[in-house]
Design a protein. Sequence first.
Length: 374
Amino acid sequence: MTMKVGPTQQDILKDGRHRTRVEATFSDGTSRDLTFVTSSEIPFVETNKGDLWFSTMLIVAMRRGEVLELADPISDRAASIQRVQDIMTTWYPGRMKHVEVHAPPAERDRRSWRKSPERITASCFTGGVDSFHTLSKNQDRIGAILYGFGIDVPLRETEAIERTTGLLEDVANEEGIRLLTARTTIRKFLQPDTRWGTEAHGAALVSLATLFSPVIDRVLVPATHSYATGRKWGSHPMLDGLWSTDRLAVEHDGAEAVRARKIELIADDPVAQRHLRVCYMEFATMNCCRCLKCQRTMAVLDSIDRLDRFPTFHEKLDLELLGSQELYRDNLVNQIRELHNFVRRKPGNEELVATLVGMLEKAAVTPKRKKVPK
């Protein structure tokens, strides 16, 4: 059984934007397209075009148990490919399989772009806590923020895209760095076969970053979890660097701090205060202030007397609402446990601490929901 990818198609749209796309055909005869669209200022990738798709396609091929055959060359990295597969099959032995990878020999680019001072370091950026933490701690080397529409904000949500564009532009302008964006169908492409958070999103971000490799030479991927959790996740300290190529270095960043500590570290950053965006529950407002993710973030800010400095949270912390949130997965329990460990060390937060203790006690006797395997 073979999954065939490519060749890469690159064309210029009527409005001048650059479109890069590929078709993957599976052993059952079905096929899907994956597309990126960027501004005309971003040059097309010219060598080893298979690198654009490789990380994403490998995760899908492993999930389906199909040989991966790419029409375009990829960079030489046999050892790292093997390690990625070793990690994923160890984490998910019932879902992932080792697969063979076939591609034309890597192309050698003799031009001087690899040493060009114009190529910069970029950081993946959504406007959330992890993103702002990485941006804040690496201000001396980040020259651009990178975002893909269609990844967390669906392409159909035109008003949300417009609002998010404004946020990203404001952050880039205030930080004095470049904004790199693309529209993509990559999450839709991955959805039928993979689990986004635990398996696929890190590989997807690498594909997005590779699209911009003519102008960036390194990408920082903000950590979702800390080293302390040891959680299996699609973007992970053990995984991200293995996707690096001779064109692009991939670096996992920020795993030294738990989420609450990250919030504390950015709490006095005026750019973060104006633009912090953590909510994906709805697209009508920047932060709904009602979902667990909003409530967790607000709880940390409230515990250190900084919530009123973040206008993107338009409501006060509601402890009754927070306490009513259902911790239906182990990941959510771990997040509340980390939050409890943080706020209990801060004076004057007795009511918040009691609320979190109640949530953890209730979760201990409540059966967790199980996802139906795909």
